[in-house]
Design a protein around this ligand. Structure first.
Ligand SMILES: [Zn+2]
Length: 134
């Protein structure tokens, strides 16, 4: 499962910081989820909950997710366009592949309308901050 490897990565990042700073209990972890990761938030949460039981410092923690837009850069004019795929719905329906993903290079530059673009952001999950119990 795609979400499981992301959740595992998150736990590793958090635990590195926990060990470095001698944190006893983590209350919450704020995470930025890129638009192009195609992560289903409830799956990621479930995976995190499965992994965290192995770490006493994380047992009572939860992840707070914030979607961040994907970014494409235009090969013609160099400007960056932000992409939001799932407008309107909170979670992607998993049996529907958005047309924009089925057809590469559909992401058009908002400046010059060129379809010659490359993805430069939104494919990652990053830990932004942690709330801890002293
Ligand atoms: Zn352009």
């Amino acid at each position: 499962m795609h979400e499981f490897s992301f959740a595992n990565h998150l736990v590793q990042v958090v635990m590195k910081s926990v060990e470095k700073n001698n944190v006893k209990k983590v209350k919450s972890v704020k995470v930025h989820v890129g638009e192009f990761t195609m992560i289903i938030p409830s799956f990621l949460e479930t995976c995190y909950d499965i992994i965290k039981v192995n770490y006493p410092e994380l047992e009572e923690s939860r992840i707070l997710m914030e979607k961040i837009p994907g970014k494409v850069q235009c090969n013609e004019c160099g400007s960056i366009t932000e992409i939001n795929l799932g407008k309107g719905s909170k979670e992607p329906r998993d049996n529907v592949i958005p047309e924009s993903l089925a057809r590469p290079n559909i992401f058009k530059c908002s400046t010059c309308k060129s379809a010659d673009t490359k993805i430069v952001g939104g494919k990652e999950v990053t830990v932004k901050s942690m709330l801890i119990d002293e």
